[in-house]
Design a protein around this ligand. Structure first.
Ligand code: FM0
Length: 322
């Protein structure tokens, strides 16, 4: 029986689109910040057949199927036919509406590989987690993390690499939780549709490699304004490409746009926050640790904002001994 914990991450340069859907190989490299405070804890014990219990509730075939797919990869490496009972708890405040697939598949990769007797290094774990959910490849590592696109058709060179550790930079990611309905288009379906139909998708891809270089350098130099500029550009180009898809779709809600415009207005007055958004309505705001309290208070007072979570850089995958 093995228990592993992995933290959520927020992409500063986004992943949106796969060049290989089966192996989860991305069309471009991405870069993220791992978050403290938000994590998934997963226990794996070998059993007669696969079973998934998430936050105390036994899951049906859809969620279990994704877990079984990852377990099959582990079983193939370990030469085992045993089933596994997977018990997982998401430490993400309820109603946060935050995607948990990154922390979930990173924790599963760690716990399952150990439970089946494998001793995988972090790069191998990242490749494995990637095949559960692309963004999970980044949650194996702490601090700021790059997911390399890779060139190989077999995906061996497509995995996370640490850029700087958790201690490198005292910034905060403020996660606004908006009062809205759950997302209608999954990221998997949304990225597929954008790639297939949006005339803006090639433009997004054309600038992604340069964005990655710029973001990596800004992180290394602790340049908040520089990182903020490229981070906003990466996110909004991605969302613009979705608006141009057929049929069109967007994760931007009226309250999302109101938060973005408020952050821009405060920035013009000298309070430096920078926005990003993923496949849901919540807006995340990057800022210096010293500005987090003021910005969180202002964000919390905006109409439609239910809650603001304040996250610093978080740690990589860890294990609990039981
Ligand atoms: O995190 O189809 O990993 O880079 O969050 O499971 O591989 O859930 F804004 C969107 C995450 C995409 C950007 O996609 O997709 C990012 C996104 P999967 P994911």
């Amino acid at each position: 029986m093995t228990t592993a914990r992995a933290h959520a991450n927020i992409a500063l340069v986004k992943y949106w689109g796969k060049r290989d859907e089966k192996l989860f190989l991305p069309t471009n490299g991405s870069l993220s910040m791992t978050l403290d405070g938000l994590y998934t804890t997963t226990t794996v014990e070998l059993a007669e057949r696969d079973e998934l219990v998430l936050n105390g509730e036994t899951q049906g075939p859809e969620a279990l199927g994704k877990v079984t797919r990852l377990l099959d990869l582990v079983r193939a490496m370990a030469g085992s036919k045993a089933g596994a009972r997977v018990t997982s708890i998401n430490q993400v405040p309820t109603a946060a509406g935050l995607a948990s697939s990154a922390s979930a598949f990173a924790a599963l990769a760690g716990a399952a590989s150990k439970a089946y007797g494998l001793a995988l290094d972090d790069v191998a774990l990242s490749r494995l987690a990637r095949q559960g959910s692309g963004s999970a490849s980044r949650s194996i590592f702490g601090g700021f993390v790059e997911w390399r696109r890779g060139e190989r058709a077999d995906g061996l060179d497509s995995h996370g690499v640490p850029v700087v550790p958790q201690s490198h930079w005292d910034v905060r990611m403020l996660v606004t939780v908006l009062e809205t309905a759950p997302k209608s288009v999954s990221s998997r379906v949304g990225m597929r549709r954008t790639m297939d139909t949006s005339p803006y998708y090639p433009g997004w891809i054309a600038s992604a490699a340069a964005d990655l270089v710029e973001a990596r350098e800004a992180v290394l130099a602790r340049d908040l304004a520089g990182l903020g500029a490229v981070m906003e550009s990466s996110a909004l180009k991605m969302h613009a490409s979705m608006l141009a898809a057929r049929p069109p779709f967007t994760y931007l809600q009226p309250a999302s746009l109101a938060v973005i415009q408020a952050v821009w207005a405060w920035r013009a007055e000298g309070l430096a926050g920078f926005v990003t958004m993923d496949a849901g309505p919540n807006v995340k705001v990057l800022c210096a640790a010293t500005d987090a309290e003021e910005l969180a208070a202002r964000l919390g007072a905006l109409p439609g904002v239910e809650e603001v979570l304040v996250c610093g850089p978080g740690p990589g995958l860890s294990y609990e001994v039981s």
